[in-house]
Ligand binder design. Sequence first.
Ligand SMILES: Cc1ncc(C[n+]2csc(CCOP(=O)(O)OP(=O)(O)O)c2C)c(N)n1
Ligand SMILES: CC(=O)[C@@H](O)[C@H](O)COP(=O)(O)O
Ligand SMILES: [Mg+2]
Length: 603
Amino acid sequence: MDKKKLIEGLTIKSNEIRKIIIETVSKNGGHIGPNLGVVELTLAIHSIFNSPKDKILFDVGHQSYVHKLLTGRKDKFSTLRQRHGIGPFTDRAESPHDHFISGHAGSALSAGFGIATADKGNKVIVVIGDASIANGHSLEALNNMDGKCENLIVILNDNEMSIGNNVGALSKFFSRVMGSKFYLDLKDEVEGMVRRGKIGNKIADIIGRVEHGVKTMVAPVSMSEFLGFKYVGPVDGHSFEELLPALEKAKNLKGPIFLHIKTHKGKGYLPAEKNPEKFHGISPFDIKSGETPKGEVSYSKIFGDKLVEMGENNSDIYALCCGMVKGTGLSGYFDKFKERSYDMGIAEGHTVTFAGGLATQGKIPYVAIYSTFLQRAYGQLIHDISIQNLSVNFILDRAGIVGEDGKTHQGLYDIPYLLTIPNINILAPTTKKELEEILEFSSTYKDGPLSIRIPRDSAWDYNSSAFEFGKWKEIEKGNDTLILAVGSMVKEVVNIAEELKTRGISPTIVGVSSIRPLDEEYIEENFKKYKNIITLEEGRIKSGFGSFLLEMTNSMNIYRKIFRLGIECDFIPHGKRGELLEEFGLRGRPLVNDIERCINAKY
Ligand SMILES: Cc1ncc(C[n+]2csc(CCOP(=O)(O)OP(=O)(O)O)c2C)c(N)n1
Ligand SMILES: CC(=O)[C@@H](O)[C@H](O)COP(=O)(O)O
Ligand SMILES: [Mg+2]
């Protein structure tokens, strides 16, 4: 097709796509900024390559909406991130154009390398952001590729942003090539001369080589030489005029190719361009103003505020997170105590070990990581923290059902995986007040690691006695049914207490904020008094709190039937948190039914 016509067509499509994304995300919420940034890039990739034969992968997958719209999912796109609707990231179960699951950063290069190794006849294109490429998993893949994969094209989507500001040496390395005034002036000059027909192809080629030399000079070792790639770029990722020939070149060269694209997060929607951090991932908003309705105060905020208060009185307190300062509630601490705040980048394993190092020197680290992402650091939790029994405090944010981010992000596994690790005590505040009390307690606790799990929920309070380590609390006194509700589940049981009464069930409700250690004294004294014992947790049932309780009561020679309620299925899909809690039996009428079923069970 005529190049001019092609670009005109793509430009029209890019406008349509931006409109669809803005309208859909304004209603459903989602990762708007990253997607608006890759509209031209994704359109250009799809026009040069032949998906699904050529395989396009997106690291994290939060920027794959344009790809979804171009690969048969346009009609259903209004259901984005809703229950039974289009998923938040790429998913082999959703489309033959999606070649690997995504959601966690850093897996696409390894997966892409594997796919390219197995399918040498087609091209494999991996799109990865400037923050995700610095993740340890990505670096292992880049190191291992070592010039080996001829059909692999890595596209670095460099917008100089993670969720917030990007951190680390690699991001500086990338911006040094592009940011150099000398290089930019030279590039403009050469392009101008070519356009004006002042130089022929041969001279342009020589100048091109000089340009490459300058890049190599500006960036001490060019990526291509360093890692065995052929480097193409940097390219303006919003210009089809630049993108199309660069992709064509990448397609025709023998790889592996490293194509460096520069983009702007939120491109084409002013509020998102002005505030890329807010619009990285956002709840429904007003298109005109970009405003979101004022939400309730979250547990993350309570944690962050309390840590600021504690940090004022204790200069040994350090706050650490992995590219998620705002999400974990740490913005206030980072603003106030810069020298004791560390955004480590997308580097969960490294962060855990770094915190271990701090702890050996008597510091008090608070490592705030979402439950799902701490899975990345299981090895470090055992090798570096548990074996040495180091006093590191872990805040497991988004523990339980997270909602629209779906199966890759649900925080369902932390109770089971932490319970397999010796020494780590596991706490789950049941109220806002208890979270604050636990945080106070944690700064003085010197006997090993503590984990504190908080849900993706607004903070809730209920009148109850003060927190005591290893002690459970009776919140309501009932008759022959005992419900042991872990952390976030206390609110759910309290909310159905009236409905239970209408069915003749009047349970004793116990708030379990201490998963390990268990309250053995309470168990000894009370288990024999109840006909029905039910546990309730916002996490996977298998190997969870209820299972741990069974195991422990068995060792204590207390043999009682214990009914365990929690998440039965292996993976929870995307949908609203509240709706999923109900559907999977942890809220409202379904929870009432399940409790009644346990009580009426014959065994
Ligand atoms: C292992 C892991 N840790 C943290 C996150 C949360 N997270 C999602 S996107 C993102 C930033 C990604 O930045 P970049 O790769 O530059 O892509 P951009 O959003 O800028 O396009 C982070 C920290 C994640 N998805 N996976
Ligand atoms: C893609 C990703 O992993 C993050 O952007 C995540 O979606 C953030 O979740 P919250 O919106 O709960 O902070
Ligand atoms: Mg980025």
